[in-house]
Structure formats: C-alpha cells, structure tokens
Ligand binder design. Structure first.
Ligand code: FE2
Ligand code: FE2
Length: 269
C-alpha cells in the first residue's frame, strides 16, 4: 500500500470531480481495510500542490460575480445544489490536504483515521449532489462557482492549528447552521432525492466538526494552551469576517463546540 500522504497527494492531483472522488473512496477503503486488519500503515511524506487539480468547468468567479439565486425557482434550486457540490469537492481536497501537508507534526493514528473517513464521506456527498443535479438535467460544471473556497487552505498552509480552527470548526460548523434551511427548500419543492441527500450530508457533517474539535483540543493539551483563547486568536488571524448567527447551537454542541467558543467571534470589532 502507498504511504497515506502519497495517497492524499494522488487525490489532490486528480482534476475531474467524479474521478477525484472515485480515487478518494478507493484509497479510503484500502486504508480502512488495512486498519481493520490491525496494520499501522505508513504515513510517509508528500508534496501536496498549493492548489489542487480541478476540472476546467465550473468557471470560478469572485463571490461578487456569482449570479444571485432565488431558491424558490427551479433554476435557484439547481444553483443551490451546484453550490453544495462545489463545497463538497473542496472539502474532499481540504481533508486530503490536511493529511498530506502536516506530516512533520507527529499525530496519533486516530487523527488519520478520522480525516480519511471525512474525505471518504465528502466524496460521497459530492457524488450525491452530482446525481441530484443530473436528475434535474444539469451537472457539476454547468454553472459558475465560488473562487474563494480554497482561501482558507492557503491562509493556513503553514499553521496546523489554524487549519483545524478555520476549516472544520468554522467552515464546516457553518454548514450545520445552514443545512436545515436548505433541506426545507427541497422538501417544499417535493424533491425527495435532494432531501435525502442533504439529510445524509447533515448527519455526517456533525462528525467532521467533532473531529476538528477533538484534534484541536488534543493539540492544545499537548502544547499547554487554553483552547478558547487559542481558537479566538487563530480564527481572528485567519478568518477574515465575524461569524454569522443564527448558530445551530444544538448540533454544534453535539460536535463539541460550546457557545462560548464561537459567540465571542460573532461580533464585529
Ligand atoms: Fe460534506
Ligand atoms: Fe465535512
């Protein structure tokens, strides 16, 4: 079996979305099988690209240029699914990137188990969103998408704790806040497969936020840092806007994020 960091790099260097996620799922299955057999596979090292390979479509636009969508219309619903597909493809790369980029920092095997599992689930989520788009006679790449998604990865490329703070504990936690409203939109439109897909995503994302919180707290313990202070400092350093309420306090708590961790960041300076 290839060292894990090299598996991660192979996914990051695959451009097509369906191919990237197929490779991601295949390698995650290999990892899982090796771990279930009691092996301790090699992590190794890799040279992850600063920007992962991506398909020629969708065209990436700055947030201001991405056309506004009205979620009540069929085109608006397609745009919403397309935006989620784009987020999921970025999430696939983000999880493999955290595996490949920080191998110089020794971590327990459980850290790698968690992010391989998260990357596998994001791959499934991307495919679910693509299936829903195709059911509506569209596809991933048919619309422009947000160019800023990889910014968090670039900003935290040198800061492991910053990466954990911003990606799972801010961005993926935000997903917990907004997904129930999206599910309602598709339920109202009676699009059952989109409802089911988003419910799967919603259920599985709680664990991704929890992995972030778990490993962030692990590192704070190892480095003798106060988790709340460290989180506030890192989010202010790397995330360039205040956090946006309303928060899904119940799901955030389930994922290990207490209100006093994020509420102080919700107010602009
Ligand atoms: Fe996801
Ligand atoms: Fe996720």
């Amino acid at each position: 079996m290839m060292p894990l960091a090299q598996m991660a790099e192979a996914v990051l260097r695959t451009a097509d979305g369906r191919e990237k996620t197929a490779l991601s799922r295949k390698l995650a299955a290999e990892w899982k099988a090796a771990r279930a057999d009691g092996h301790t596979p090699e992590i190794g090292t890799a040279d992850p690209p600063m920007h992962p390979a991506r398909p020629a479509q969708p065209e990436l636009l700055s947030p201001r240029e991405v056309p506004r969508r009205r979620p009540g219309s069929p085109q608006g619903r397609i745009a919403l699914l397309h935006a989620v597909a784009h987020i999921e493809l970025n999430a696939v790369d983000l999880h493999w990137d955290i595996i490949a980029r920080f191998t110089h920092i020794p971590m327990p095997m459980g850290f790698y188990d968690d992010w391989v599992k998260a990357a596998d689930e994001e791959s499934k989520h991307f495919n679910l969103m693509c299936d829903c788009l195709e059911e509506l006679d569209s596809h991933y790449g048919a619309l422009p998408a947000h160019a800023g998604m990889w910014r968090a990865a670039e900003d935290t490329a040198q800061d492991f704790m910053g990466r954990l703070a911003v990606v799972p504990m801010v961005l993926e936690a935000r997903g917990l806040d907004v997904t129930p409203g999206m599910i309602d939109i598709f339920r109202t439109a009676k699009l059952d497969s989109a409802v089911a897909a988003l419910e799967t995503i919603y259920a599985e994302e709680v664990a991704h936020v929890a992995y972030g919180s778990k490993w962030f707290h692990f590192l704070c313990g190892r480095d003798n840092l106060d988790p709340k202070d460290a989180f506030h400092t890192l989010v202010q350093r790397y995330f360039h806007s205040p956090l946006k309420p309303p928060f899904n306090e119940e799901k955030r708590a389930e994922a290990g994020l207490p209100p006093d961790l994020y509420w102080p960041l919700a107010v602009a300076d």
